[in-house]
Design a protein around this ligand. Structure first.
Ligand code: 6PG
Length: 477
């Protein structure tokens, strides 16, 4: 037994993670269901570090020093359970199984519980950064026991991305499913970021009249400011790309139907269960759904509406500045909503997640990495019990400064018939939170009218019901 860590499942994410461990000086046992992949990895990348190729599960387990650290990089769901079933009987108390896939946190909770009975630490771990991140430094979000982090943490810290200040983009998130929950919300925020950027693009194209190449330049400029982020950067690259076959902008030859593997949808499903308003993230998921309903869209093409009239040059440039404000303000809202969901999950499952730390380890390696996350970390550093990011003075000021332009962009979008559901949902959330009174009072009245569901009063304690079908006097409930 000579390997400090083992990786089973050698598709591109597993392979790159194994190479990352090896490049950082660890001896890595590698294993795959079909042994050809194991051999190919060792042949191709053996020069990068120490690999022990194992053809059978038994050889793989035997290659690992104790306590064993076994990283599973297979498809979430059924394949993960199959791998656990195969390896768990070969392991001993104190050993660790690390699931680095995009598992649903409820599955992770179940697996952790089952394996705990056997004395095995199950470490559900979010890994973000795609193929490139897995190889050169991902953001890593491990859940599971504290004890397991003591044995794994130093290795994860070594292979993870480093933030600009040099700190590793990994930390113990919390017990059982906490790591996968936080990764799930990361992906929900990722969906929202992508949708907001997409809306900005469409407004710049249809309302301002810019070409994809011009919009790429605008995004490049934005990327030097407060919107500096990986997603803005790659958006500029995608928009500037020209299709070799047709000579057309790449973005014009791709079918406009967005797909998804499901983590964004989970974020919204769980938010519904927890009662957390993640409207920005939900609109991002729904926007993908709308785009995918080709029949519905085809059947609706003739519906009445304005045709967007591109602006003149100067107006277009002023409008682009307003879109930057709208994008930034909406981004503040989607992160506010995402962090609210993490806080609610942490409360519901007793995870004690450190929100500032989450922001900190998202600063590098992951898909949503952005200068912005430093600000979020600072907000939680200043006040660990911050009830909402919007309660942070700095964010409150910035969103306040952006709101006029934000509204103007939505007016233009509405009048020109360009859908901007992410911007709109974010603004509605902002306005709802700042409102003195919400029409929820009327909703309560309606509920009491048809269902005697009762209401509370502004001026007295207790629950009340009005005898709507009788003399309309009020009774205590
Ligand atoms: C990451 C990504 C990664 C993956 C998503 C894409 O953090 O590295 O989020 O997990 O690319 O699953 O999700 P969709 O296919 O649902 O867009």
């Amino acid at each position: 037994a000579s390997a400090q860590i083992g990786v089973t499942g050698l598709a591109v994410m597993g392979r790159n993670l194994a190479r990352n461990f090896a490049r950082n000086g660890y001896t890595v046992a590698v294993h795959n269901r079909t042994a050809a992949k194991t051999r190919a990895l060792v042949e191709e990348f053996g020069h990068e570090g120490e690999f022990v190729g194992a053809e059978t599960a038994e050889d793989f387990v035997a290659a690992l020093e104790r306590p064993r650290r076994l990283v599973v990089m297979v498809k979430a769901g059924e394949p993960t359970d199959a791998v656990i079933k195969e390896f768990a009987p070969l392991l001993e108390p104190g050993d660790m199984i690390v699931d680095g896939g995009n598992a649903h946190f409820a599955d992770t909770r179940r697996r952790e519980r089952e394996l705990r009975e056997q004395g095995i630490h199950f470490v559900g771990t979010g890994v973000s950064g795609g193929e490139e991140g897995a190889l050169n430094g991902p953001s890593i979000m491990p859940g599971g026991s504290k004890e397991s982090y003591e044995a794994l943490g130093p290795m994860l810290e070594k292979i993870s991305a480093k933030a600009a200040d040099g700190s590793p983009c990994t930390a113990h998130i919390g017990p059982d499913g906490a790591g996968h929950f936080v990764k799930m919300v990361h992906n929900g925020i990722e969906y929202a970021d992508m949708q907001l950027i997409a809306e900005a693009y469409q407004l710049l194209r249809d309302v301002a009249g810019y070409s994809p190449a011009e919009i790429a330049d605008i995004f490049r400029t934005w990327n030097t400011g407060r919107l500096d982020s990986y997603l803005i950067e790659i958006t500029a690259e995608v928009l500037a790309h020209v299709d070799a076959a047709t000579g057309e902008p790449f973005v014009d030859v791709v079918q406009d139907q967005a797909e998804q593997k499901g983590t964004g949808r989970w974020t919204v499903q769980i938010a519904l269960d927890l009662g957390v308003p993640v409207s920005g993230i939900a609109e991002a998921v729904f926007a993908r759904a709308v785009s995918g309903h080709k029949d519905l869209r085809d059947a609706s093409r003739g519906l009445a509406g304005p045709k967007a009239q591109p602006l003149g040059k100067e107006e277009a440039s002023a409008f682009a500045d307003q879109v930057e404000q709208a994008l930034y303000a909406s981004k503040i809202v989607s992160y506010t909503q995402g962090f609210h969901e993490i806080a609610a999950g942490s409360d519901a499952y007793d995870w004690n997640v450190d929100l500032g730390q989450v922001a900190s380890i998202w600063r590098g390696g992951c898909i949503i990495r952005a200068a912005f996350l430093d600000r979020i970390r600072a907000a939680y550093d200043a006040r660990a019990d911050l009830p909402s990011l919007l309660a942070d003075e700095g964010f409150a000021r910035e969103i306040g400064e952006a709101q006029d332009d934000w509204r103007a962009v939505l007016v233009a979008a509405t009048l020109q018939g360009v859908p901007a559901p992410g911007f709109a949902a974010a603004l509605a959330y902002y306005d709802a939170l700042r409102a003195d009174r919400l029409p929820a009072a009327l909703t309560q009245g309606q509920r009491d009218y048809f269902g005697a569901h009762t209401y509370r009063r502004t001026d007295r304690e207790g629950s009340f019901h009005t005898l709507w079908g009788g003399d309309r006097s009020e009774v205590g409930a």
